[in-house]
Design a protein around this ligand. Sequence first.
Ligand code: TRP
Length: 332
Amino acid sequence: MSKKTVLSGIQPSGSPTLGNYVGALKNWALLQGEDRYCYYCVANLHALTVKQDPQDLHRRSFETAALLLACGVDPEVSTVFIQSDVKEHAELSWVLSCHTPLGELNRMTQFKDKSAKHADNINAGLYTYPVLMASDILLYQSDLVPVGADQKQHLELARNIAIRFNNTVGETFKVPEPYIPRVGARIMSLQDPTQKMSKSDPNPSGCIAIMDDPAVILKKFKRAVTDCDNSIAFDMENKPGVSNLLTIFSVFTGKTIEESVAYFEGMGYGQLKTAVAEAVIAELTPLRERFDELLKNGDYIKAVLKTGAEKARETALSTLKDVYAHVGLYLS
Ligand code: TRP
């Protein structure tokens, strides 16, 4: 059987959340295996779509790479790199943007949400961002793209771009499949469980950062919004808070939702909250320790990123040359 290629990206945001961890990072480590080539990229070009402090962006890109390693991504097995280190991403993005109808970009719900949130900076990059993401994916002839549920629409667009290009210009790209975790694709805010957990939660207790202190994690879970009937059941519609806690418990213990509900039989919300917090803390504490250790060894991270970029560039350049040849762009 031929090896499958996995690719995913994460933006170098200040403090990745529990949602980022469950929806993306946790799976990245799990997807590594001998039958796969995995490419994991820190999407710093994507980050430019919102205002950034240059020094912060630079530091966070580096720290995000360290975080991937702390989460169990093994640079001996996977290719870990920073997007701006492989210039083919930006180059392919230009060509693909000339093959993407505006109508398709107009449908992207994330663009609508983000432009509402950043009304003072609705730039062209924010609009064409899904094309850059398609380039990340298609450059590596990826088979499988692990993403959180919020990126599903972007992946669908990448597939459309690939299919259209293959049909109209010439067979060039592998058409990728999404890999969306069965449980926990969407972790909701602990304060407003109808909203996705997000750093920009108006109430900071709604969002757990991977790097939060155990005491802070416990406190946030204890404050989590539930409801008033004190019964532990999974019902997204009528009991979104309790269901979110059950989802988190299930992801961090490996139990199914049914097993988790059974586990809490006869217990109250207080016990549920503490048990969820403990499960999360047990997994995140060693991760944080590894992260701190890694950051002390900046030279190691730099070496990993250099090798990663070199490896990524080889594949990326080969796809890009094929694209240039197909569309008739001159290369000496
Ligand atoms: N857009 C993704 C996010 O914000 C990050 C990302 C960039 C990505 N490039 C990617 C995800 C390629 C999957 C594949 O979460």
